[in-house]
Design a protein around this ligand. Structure first.
Ligand code: EPU
Length: 327
């Protein structure tokens, strides 16, 4: 375990916001958290994954808990079960799985963030969500000071949601076990994948990585958090009203009698693509992505996000909810 005092969070959030934390505790595999975790009762703390879904609007006067990125032993596979340290970078795990003849993660290529955060957020892309391949999640329960395990069903997974998002700060995700396949079968169910090279899993991974980077800022150039908003889910009358008024709106995905709209399309249609406000901007190639044009503050991002939310509510009668967690 490492303890760092008065630390800049700039390298630890993909938006590149220069907020500070009083203290950062970096947890390593094998740490005895029951006796070692330096958190006194009532002391404020937050858990940070890869920082790709967290927006800091102010300095953090408390402890930031983070898993070290390294597990010296690496992931361990038992048949198609793959157990991985939560601090590992998710995209590195996708590569590891393919290198070791395990398939089913390739559609999640190039998603930023850690394995633990992938479970918390139930990340998803191109027809696969983390919940489709997670078998179980091992956590440290900070409240009860004990390690425990949740099965997939107990994790309460839903679209970009899980039990862990409703119990913020309680569970530190330490290990995630995935159930994969020993044979590669390309999952091309997502429309945008039509026609992409996919003969091998590596080829599909490359195709998906290229496709993602066409729509997202390169992290070395501009900070962002990927999709800033969730796709809004609306009832049938709302969907029918919008479809009648905006026939060019993409067809929604039906989910249990409700309809998942494309937030990117709504924001784009409202004319926000490429616009900037203060140091924050709407990515010119994807209106769902807000980015840091230079040295922007978290408050500039939230001001832009609020302006977009108000405009989308006024134009379409639809509420946009950020996917990113705002601190
Ligand atoms: N669209 C526009 N203009 C835009 C952006 C999108 O018209 O500026 C339209 C597209 O043409 C398409 C529709 O909106 O008809 C949907 O776009 P896309 O296929 O890019 O997917 P998305 O719904 O915008 C979601 C995830 C992404 C994930 C992609 C691919 C959410 C919030 N986002 O985006 O996830 O990569 O699907 O599966 O669910 C993330 O969560 O950070 C993320 C990048």
């Amino acid at each position: 375990m490492q303890i760092l005092e008065n630390i800049s969070l700039k390298p630890y959030n993909t938006f590149g916001i220069d907020a500070k934390a009083d203290r950062m505790v970096i947890v390593e595999p094998g740490d005895d958290l029951c006796s070692q975790l330096p958190l006194a009762d009532g002391q404020p703390y937050i858990i940070l994954g890869g920082g790709s879904d967290m927006l800091f609007t102010t300095d953090y006067h408390g402890t930031v808990l983070k898993l070290s990125p390294e597990d010296p032993d690496g992931p361990s596979a038992d048949g198609v079960m793959l157990r991985t340290w939560g601090g590992m970078v998710m995209d590195d795990l996708v590569q590891w799985s393919l290198d070791n003849g395990l398939y089913g993660m390739e559609n999640l290529s190039a998603i930023p963030g850690t394995v633990g955060a992938a479970a918390v957020q139930n990340v998803g892309a191109y027809g696969v969500e983390a919940k489709d391949i997670i078998e179980s999640v091992e956590v440290f329960d900070i409240q009860l000071r004990k390690q425990m395990q949740f099965t997939n069903a107990e994790c309460g997974f839903a679209y970009r949601d899980s039990l862990f998002k409703h119990t913020v700060g309680r569970y530190l995700v330490l290990w995630v076990t995935f159930r994969l396949q020993s044979r590669f079968v390309a999952n091309l169910s997502y429309k945008a994948l039509e026609g992409l090279p996919h003969t091998t899993a590596d080829e599909l991974r490359r195709s998906i990585t290229d496709l993602r980077w066409q729509k997202l800022p390169r992290p070395e150039e501009y900070g962002s958090a990927g999709s800033f908003f969730k796709n809004p889910v609306v009832d049938e009358p709302t969907y029918m009203r919008l479809k009648a008024e905006f026939p060019d709106m993409p067809d929604a995905h039906a989910v249990g009698g409700q309809y998942k709209l494309s937030a990117g399309w709504l924001i784009d249609r409202a004319g926000w693509k490429g616009r900037t406000q203060g140091g924050a901007g709407v990515w010119p190639k994807n209106a769902l992505v807000l980015y840091n044009t230079g040295n922007c503050t978290g408050s500039e991002v939230t001001a832009l996000s609020k302006a977009i939310q108000d405009d989308i509510a006024a134009r379409f009668g639809v509420a946009l909810i950020p996917e990113a967690i705002i601190v």
